[in-house]
Ligand binder design. Structure first.
Ligand SMILES: [Zn+2]
Length: 122
């Protein structure tokens, strides 16, 4: 099942990708960047949180190669990276096939194409 036909397409993160923005969460009270999936700030549980647009730049913290595909439109093998965005949060993303030489600690930037996120070398 692709993202296009999945209920997750209505999630703000994926709606942002379809508009060309990589979004992350931030606390309105303390302005701290929050991890994906957070529903409140651990320091300010009474405050609200909001989505903000990331510059899409960060550093690879881990990389793994998938030898079995979980999506029809994503043939194996493909690489997935954990990226620490410069805004302070980490997220999982696919490494672009043109970025095979990217190793852990390398600087990368998000590339969004028709709602599809991949990371390339900065
Ligand atoms: Zn807070």
């Amino acid at each position: 099942m692709s993202i296009e036909s999945s209920p997750v397409k209505d999630h703000p993160f994926y709606q942002g990708l379809h508009r060309g923005h990589l979004l992350y969460l931030r606390c309105d009270a303390c302005n701290r960047a929050l991890p994906y999936g957070a529903s409140l700030c651990p320091r300010c549980p009474e405050s609200s949180i909001r989505w903000e647009s990331s510059a899409g730049r960060g550093q690879v913290r881990a990389r793994v190669t998938f030898h079995r595909s979980h999506r029809e439109d994503l043939p194996a093998p493909y690489d997935v990276v954990v990226v620490q965005l410069d805004e302070g949060v980490r997220l999982l993303g696919r490494l672009s096939p043109v970025a095979k030489s990217v190793k852990a600690e390398a600087r990368v930037r998000a590339q969004i194409d028709h709602g599809d996120l991949a990371f390339v070398a900065e």
